[in-house]
Every structure is written in C-alpha cells, then in structure tokens.
Design a protein around this ligand. Structure first.
Ligand SMILES: Cc1cc2nc3c(=O)[nH]c(=O)nc-3n(C[C@H](O)[C@H](O)[C@H](O)COP(=O)(O)OP(=O)(O)OC[C@H]3O[C@@H](n4cnc5c(N)ncnc54)[C@H](O)[C@@H]3O)c2cc1C
Length: 242
C-alpha cells in the first residue's frame, strides 16, 4: 500500500474519475530504488484494477493539511510528489489570495501549465535539470523569507549547505499548526506582529529537504512553528512502510 494525493475528482456517476498523479522514479540496476507504487505505475495499462482507500467526497479526512487560518501571506513549497496537492490548494484558493509557490520538478519539461492560482499568487518553477535535489529550493525559500541582511547572507550560503542529514527516527516529518508528531506544544495563538505576521507556509516533499527547511525557518529565522505545515512525503533511500 502506498499513499498518493487525490488530485481531482471529475465527472459524475459511472463516469466519475479519481485523478492521481504518480511520480515514476528510476529503479537502480539492482532494483534498489523501485517500490510497489513505482512498479505498478510503470507497468499500468488501461483496464488494470487497483484497490483504493480514499476519503468520501464532502467528508473531512485531512491529508493535505492546508490550514492557513486568517493568513494573508501564503507560502507553498513542494517537490514533484507534492504537485497534485499544490494543484488542489491553488484551485481552491479565494480570488483575493496572495502569496508565492516554489515548485521543484526534475526537469523543465515537468512544469505543469494547469498548476496556477489566483492573480496574487506567483508560481515559481524550479527545475533541477540535474542539480542536487532541494538545493535551489532551499535557498530560494530562505531568500523569500529573508528580512534582514544576515538572513540574506544565510540564504546565499544555503546553496551549498542543504541539510540532508537523516531525522533520528524512521517516521516521516509530519507537523501542522495544530499537530506535532514529535509531541511539541502547539497550543496558544501566534503573535500578530513581528516580521512574519500574516504568514502561513505549507511545505511538502522529500523528508530530509523538508526537515532542513524546518530547521532554517523555525530555528534560524524564528518563524513560529504554528504558522507552518511541514510534511515529509517520502524519504530518499528508504522504502515507505506498507
Ligand atoms: C500524504 C502524502 C501524499 C502523497 N502524494 C503523492 C502523489 O500525489 N504523487 C506521488 O507520486 N507521490 C506522493 N506521495 C509520495 C509517495 O507516497 C512516495 O514517493 C512513495 O515512497 C512511493 O512508493 P514506491 O512504492 O514507489 O517507493 P517505496 O517502496 O516507498 O521506496 C522505494 C525506493 O524508492 C525511492 N522513492 C520513493 N519515492 C520516490 C520519488 N518520488 N522519487 C525518487 N525516489 C523515490 C525511495 O527513496 C526508496 O529508495 C505522497 C506521500 C504522502 C505521505
């Protein structure tokens, strides 16, 4: 069993389609980098059957964890596995929403024209085109949030210092404004003043890249933990638990 995002539900009745985008990743020569989700998607043909456990339309089930509250400055960050969620977030934003999206994709051909939001939300595509995963993404997010000269200097230095150290536990990072997998206190309210007043950030993708951004935002820049959802969607070199 593997987890994917419901990108969309289109059509009605017997013609209803559940739309899921599965990123296929290259299996290594010994098959070490493949997995059941990848193998299924690579071999899938029309008529194949699959068992799906999915939320019911109209029933709140969580998953995407889009919890902006009254935020006025939205920041959405993700890699290719987060694109279906980002598509849905942007589609459902109110017309007067403002913010920025940083979307990392493997190659410039992977840019998706239909991932667009309201006019006040800029979508910045960051194709790796062979560069290390998360490198430019990390630096661009830090530069976006930089408020002081020191912050700007740290963002520039970050290009060569992306955090790739493994989290101590096996589980993927999963923290939202109202939930902490590590048991941190998330009670109380966020201060209405300060450099990040009005900010809500949603960050999803490879777990170590997300962990690195968490450290930079919360520990280095001082963003309130309750203004961010951090979600590890997968871990490089580690198969998900079934
Ligand atoms: C809430 C949530 C929503 C998600 N939504 C989506 C989605 O809509 N689309 C989507 O494609 N993924 C999505 N994912 C991520 C997906 O569940 C993982 O990528 C999963 O590991 C894929 O399973 P697998 O069987 O291919 O590989 P696994 O058996 O889990 O892992 C085998 C190997 O493949 C590597 N690997 C896994 N995924 C990737 C990848 N994307 N790129 C490179 N190497 C990889 C692993 O590091 C490991 O070495 C989501 C995850 C979560 C938690």
């Amino acid at each position: 069993m593997r987890t994917y995002t419901v990108r969309d539900v289109v059509g009605e009745g017997r013609d209803t389609l559940l739309v899921v985008d599965i990123v296929v990743h290259e299996p290594g020569e010994d098959g070490a980098c493949s997995g059941p989700g990848n193998d299924w998607a690579r071999a899938a043909t029309i008529g194949d059957r699959v068992i799906v456990v999915a939320p019911r339309r109209g029933h709140d089930f969580g998953g995407v964890e889009w919890l902006p509250g009254a935020a006025t400055d939205l920041l959405v960050v993700g890699d290719e596995t987060a694109l279906p969620a980002i598509y849905g977030i942007l589609r459902d934003l109110p017309a007067d929403a403002t913010g920025t999206v940083f979307a990392e994709v493997p190659h410039r051909d992977d840019v998706l024209e239909d991932v667009v939001g309201p006019v006040g939300v800029e979508v910045v595509w960051l194709p790796r085109d062979g560069a290390p995963r998360g490198e430019e993404l990390h630096a661009r997010v830090l530069a976006h949030l930089a408020r002081t000269a020191d912050d700007h200097a740290a963002a520039t230095a970050a290009v060569s210092a992306v955090e790739l150290e493994a989290a101590p536990e096996d589980d993927l990072l999963w923290e939202t404004p109202v939930y902490s997998a590590s048991g941190e206190d998330v009670s109380g309210t966020v201060a209405a003043d300060g450099p990040y007043a009005g900010l809500y950030a949603w960050i999803a993708g490879e777990s170590r890249i997300v962990t690195g951004l968490r450290r930079a935002l919360v520990k280095d820049l001082g963003v309130d933990r309750r203004q961010v959802s951090f979600m590890g969607y997968w871990r490089e070199g580690v198969a998900m638990k079934a």
